[in-house]
Design a protein. Structure first.
Length: 339
């Protein structure tokens, strides 16, 4: 039997909870059994946290494969215990990695510890080829599976977006990744959704071309993002584009695609490469190019992009990339001889 482990945590307007819930949803559709645990389990004052983990893993038997969504941001003791407990049952465990934290926040997550953590799994799944290359070059020796764009559970029926030159930008509006918004000129129309780590009173000013819409629920976003383009950009207010963003598969990419929006991204990023290969949006080298690039867009140029996105949107909404990668990971785990 195969299982998918996911951490339980409170709802948030950040891409922390939904991606893991969506993965669990799609993998259950192909037969994986769900296992859940409270990621704050060790901080509840319950001395029997290990017993509760053992109870969660009760159904796991020899020969099974367990997919474990990480990072959970649980205490590292919990992380290690779960991996060891799965192996003690003579089962295999796969890391489905949403973010490689030592690459994302090198000042907070020691590289050596994270590499040891990833190598404690039997198989590792990451979202892009550049990310796989990075962790392999750093010393991850386990088989690596590329998961591709995240599946996105979108209850709203697909509706074809209408042409406009509006840019939609959703996500965590931390200054180090969204500070560029203070430089958006009046010649652009950028609609912004989200918060700065939960705070809607942003710590930096916004440019004249920005309209800040605050936080929105998934349903509200579905009713609002009905025209124009989705923007993916991670740059501070000093024109420094985040290195991690160049190799990561942002969850907002799947949000835009699920809603049928063509996407604009950095040409040198993994998402930019995907956009060019699949003709689902536009790529630019610098934000300064956006006014001219958007001015050149018309209903005639927009239509073919929307058509391409529509085909991909169906795959995103059904989680096909996630499901296929998970099946590949399960097969790879079964091929590994027990150590």
């Amino acid at each position: 039997m195969n299982f998918i482990i996911s951490p339980l945590q409170a709802a948030s307007d950040q891409a922390v909870v939904k991606p893991k819930e969506d993965v669990a949803h799609y993998l259950q559709q192909i037969g994986l059994q769900p296992l859940w645990y409270n990621r704050f389990i060790k901080f509840e004052g319950d001395g029997d946290w290990a017993g509760r983990i053992e109870g969660m893993l009760g159904p796991v038997q020899a020969g099974d494969v367990v997919i474990y969504q990480t990072p959970t941001y649980a205490d590292i003791t919990i992380e290690k215990y779960i991996i060891e407990a799965v192996h003690q049952r003579h089962a295999k465990i796969v890391a489905l990695v949403h973010d490689v934290e030592y690459l994302r926040y090198p000042e907070l997550y020691p590289k050596v510890e994270w590499l040891a953590y990833l190598n404690s799994f039997d198989v590792v799944m990451v979202s892009t080829v550049p990310m796989a290359a990075a962790i392999k070059a750093d010393g991850v020796k386990r088989p690596i599976i590329i998961s591709g764009p995240w599946g996105y559970v979108e209850p709203m029926t697909y509706r074809q977006p209408s042409f406009s030159r509006t840019l939609h930008y959703a996500g965590n509006l931390m200054k180090w990744k969204s500070g560029f918004l203070r430089h958006v000129p009046a010649s652009l129309d950028v609609q912004v959704y989200g918060s700065e780590n939960g705070q809607t009173n942003l710590s930096y000013p916004l440019g004249p071309g920005v309209t800040y819409r605050g936080t929105m629920s998934q349903a509200q976003l579905g009713l609002t993002l009905t025209h124009g383009f989705g923007l993916i950009w991670d740059e501070d207010d000093q024109d420094h584009y985040a290195a991690y963003a160049r190799i990561n598969q942002a969850h907002k990419f799947s949000l835009y695609l699920a809603l049928g929006l063509p996407v604009i991204a950095n040409r040198e990023s993994a998402i930019g490469a995907y956009i060019e290969q699949n003709h689902v949006g536009l790529v630019v080298d610098r934000l300064a190019q956006l006014p001219d690039v958007l001015a050149a867009q018309t209903e005639v140029t927009y239509g073919p992009l929307v058509d391409q996105v529509k085909a991909l949107s169906a795959l995103i909404r059904s989680g096909r990339h996630t499901q296929l990668a998970a099946l590949k990971a399960v097969l790879a785990a079964h091929d590994i001889t027990s150590e």
